[in-house]
Design a protein around this ligand. Sequence first.
Ligand code: G4P
Length: 532
Amino acid sequence: MSQLKQEVERRRIFGIISHPDAGKTTLTEKLLLHGGAIREAGTVKARKNSKHAKSDWMEIEKQRGISVTSSVMQFIYQDKVVSIMDTPGHNDFGEDTYRVLTSVDSAVMVIDAAKGIETQTKKLFQVCRMRGIPIFTFMNKLDRQAKDPLELMEELEEVLGMPSVAITWPIGSGMQFEGVYDRMKNEVHLFRGEKSTLQLSEDGVNDPVLADHLSEENLTNLRDEIDLLDGAGNEIDVEAIQSGKLTPVFFGTALVDFGVTAFLNHYLDMSPAPEARKSNVGPINPTSEDFSGFVFKIQANMNPAHRDRIAFVRICSGVFERGMDVTLTRTGKKIKLSQSTQLMANDRETVDQAFAGDVIGIYDSGTYQIGDTITTSKQKIAFEALPTFPPELFMRVSPINSLKSKHFHKGVEQLAQEGAIQVYRNEYNEIYLGAVGQLQFEVFEYRLNNEYGVDIRMEPVSYSVARWVKDKELKALKPFQDSRNMLVTDRWERPVFLFANEFTYERFAERHADDLTLVEALDVNEEIGTEE
Ligand code: G4P
């Protein structure tokens, strides 16, 4: 097997998602610890009081105790090179989270087993489903009183719109928590005492040895539940899991680091290695000789002392070597990749070589845009565009002190380029922001103030629907403006209509069906074409 093939096959890359406080940071720390990526994870409590988990580095995150931006961490476990893409964990997931999910090969969802599955997660699942990436579910905090596990599975299936299958199963919870049963390995990991593992006979949970270790109530429940799962539950079908049609479920407690190893081992066995990725010239195989990758995130001011920007690139094929020349497909420009970093939150390490399935950070002085493809291929490769999420929330924004307007415009431009928020202008040059989640506005306001020294005024406006217009010049659209819509341009100067609600949009679309094609999003790469 070629070295490249070997390297690709040992790579795994997942996005970790959860609602605030479900335990994402704690689980990440434990995974990193198992992989020896960080010497000392520290308990989460210590982190919250003094130092912060490696992935929480921006000021706003520290102040609010939430993770706003995403970072990437890598560790090696059982010879697999695993990258974890942290995603913002807040109630209204923003575009950032969705975009990260386009760069990974699988997702891990952490759920607080006492709270259950929250419905805002629906959209996240849709993004995973759209790309057919598998979702692994970790039901956390079993050391606390949890909901009935069968009920949790039911909720999960309802929100996910996908069947689930339990790989491990909890034995009690809270004060009565006694361990987890691994259905694939037919073993019980005991929580109490010296935390040993019991290999069961072919009788499975009916093995009499369990009576020596579990309470009568837990044992009866376990036998009933496993009987039910074996009889009426979904079968463990690895192929269905790998193609994102069935979600495997695990139980444990990240805080106590219990059930985490079982999860990690199964994850590594079942999760897909990097596969071919769609592009305008057909699927690009990860083991193809030519290097290629795409920018899925741009982050400015990661280190306030440096005032720099980093473009995060998911490598899709070939080998990256520091100093190599690549072409940026969108502009046709040649670029030397001399400064590249691999990111362990904000501790940077220079990386000399990386493979398909890795993420690298490259220094950016304003060259890259989200969705850009870079490659050493002679073909003009452009990877399938990242989905744009039509914003549903809008604000008018202006600097409080007009003397600061230059800084204001610079900040707006840079944050828009990062993809932190969408920016529109109307004919009076007023600036409107569009977001998918409310928190994007707060982050925007905070960052303009903190990084650009500008206080801003944000005024809610009564629009909630944005539609792009295909194949029409701005000038030709002016006659279509009326009191119930507003014509603006996005940051690529493409015309967009804003409407108060779905109803006004639909009326408008019907009325002008012969003249206008209105779409939810336009592909930034559309003009690149497929010729060599
Ligand atoms: P997040 O990144 O998803 O927001 O969650 P994070 O890991 O920060 O965990 C949120 C809280 O839940 C933390 O408590 C953490 O200790 C606790 N936690 C995480 N996993 C478990 C678990 O398996 N069992 C229990 N019982 N708790 C868990 P905190 O906010 O620091 O409060 P405190 O525990 O220090 O009072």
